[in-house]
Design a binder for this molecule. Structure first.
Ligand SMILES: CC(C)(COP(=O)(O)OP(=O)(O)OC[C@H]1O[C@@H](n2cnc3c(N)ncnc32)[C@H](O)[C@@H]1OP(=O)(O)O)[C@@H](O)C(=O)NCCC(=O)NCCS
Length: 332
């Protein structure tokens, strides 16, 4: 396709809730240990929302920081996309509520549901609105608060997830300056429901007087095997498309699901440790927020520096997965 415009990633930011839950705190809820959790997942602590916080409040925080960094007026936003599977309400969407909170009255808004691949699906969706000439300034937020959808007595799930939000401003630029080099998105229906968050009140309408718990259910081994199968495959697809080798990529940014998955995949692909960014130790798996969160974190800590080629891969419930390669020239 002949592109009339290019896509530029102007500013990344993140927001974390205030409550820190360390592995030692979980030892009080069920039989586990810091050592078990850390060796199996690489996680030491995660953040969860307090009663005063929500997915929306985290989104507002991440959005405002991003717009301030980019020096863009909210009124100049054309589109807001929020990638989430834990919205504050079924409707209005998170993006519609966010629009009101940040005063982006000239934008149209929708949410995108692709679980932990949401941010990758969101970037590719946003890019289409830039390429077709409809939008100049798009705010993409990835946010999830799985702490509200976890059975805190189910140890194999509760240790993994944390809450957070991450955002990026995606702007139109000249076609020759396009920073999005290529993408590859995939879906394989999870017929065995290895990773699911049921909506019990819809499934059992006759129980409408009861509050039915909606909890994440996961077959950890099956999800692990899925991830180590599809992530290398999508990375190779992208590298082949652009005719590059792992050595020519500066940073591999994988969805922060589990440090063991990150290590296994990067070793399999022969990326060395200095190319692989990670912050899972401090935040756990923040689902749709994990990729922008680790990017924003790594920029702030000066671990990730522009100009660079960063290869991003998300994977999760659906099952969905996808990757993209960004030739990032830095914050504006
Ligand atoms: C969840 C996960 C860490 C479990 O690790 P595992 O090595 O597969 O562990 P298993 O499920 O085989 O359980 C091993 C044992 O540890 C126990 N166990 C499970 N959770 C535990 C915990 N938090 N603390 C202590 N023991 C635990 C199990 O009950 C089991 O005991 P048993 O052998 O007596 O039956 C791992 O499967 C995983 O990371 N999967 C991917 C999950 C993921 O990334 N999800 C999100 C994708 S977006």
């Amino acid at each position: 396709m002949q592109k009339n415009y290019g896509v530029k990633f102007t500013a990344f930011s993140s927001a974390l809730p205030s409550v820190v839950v360390k592995n030692n705190d979980l030892e009080k809820l069920f039989s586990t240990s810091d050592e078990w959790i850390y060796t199996r997942t690489g996680i030491r602590e995660r953040r969860v929302v307090s009663d005063k916080e929500s997915g929306l409040s985290l989104s507002v925080d991440a959005a405002n920081k991003t717009l301030a960094k980019a020096k863009v007026d909210p009124k100049d936003l054309d589109l807001i996309i929020v990638a989430t599977t834990t919205p504050d309400k079924l409707y209005p969407s998170m993006s519609c509520m966010l629009q009101g909170k940040i005063g982006a009255k000239n934008s149209f808004c929708f949410d995108l549901s692709a679980a932990c691949s949401g941010f990758i699906y969101g970037i590719t969706t946003a890019a289409q609105y830039i390429y077709n000439g409809e939008c100049k300034n798009i705010l993409l937020v990835g946010v999830d608060i799985h702490s509200r959808f976890i059975d805190w007595s189910e140890r194999s799930v509760a240790v993994l997830f944390g809450d957070g939000a991450g955002a990026v401003l995606i702007q139109r630029c000249l076609a020759k300056d396009d920073e999005l080099m290529c993408h590859s998105l995939h879906t394989e229906s999870d017929v065995d429901l290895d990773l699911t968050l049921p909506n019990e009140n819809i499934l059992y309408p006759n129980h409408k007087n009861e509050i039915c718990p909606d909890f994440v259910k996961m077959n950890g081994k099956a999800v692990y095997q899925f991830a180590v199968r599809v992530v290398p495959d999508v990375v190779n697809k992208i590298l082949n498309k652009v005719n590059l080798t792992p050595k020519e990529i500066d940073y591999l940014v994988l969805h922060q699901a589990n440090q063991r998955i990150i290590d296994t995949v990067s070793e399999k692909l022969k990326f060395n440790k200095t190319q692989v960014v990670s912050n899972i130790e401090k935040v756990g798996n923040t689902s749709a927020a994990s990729i922008p969160l680790v990017i924003a974190d790594s920029i702030e800590k000066k671990i990730l520096k522009a100009p660079c080629k960063m290869l991003l891969v998300g994977f999760g419930a659906g099952l969905t997965w996808g990757g993209l390669l960004i030739n990032w020239q830095g914050d504006s």
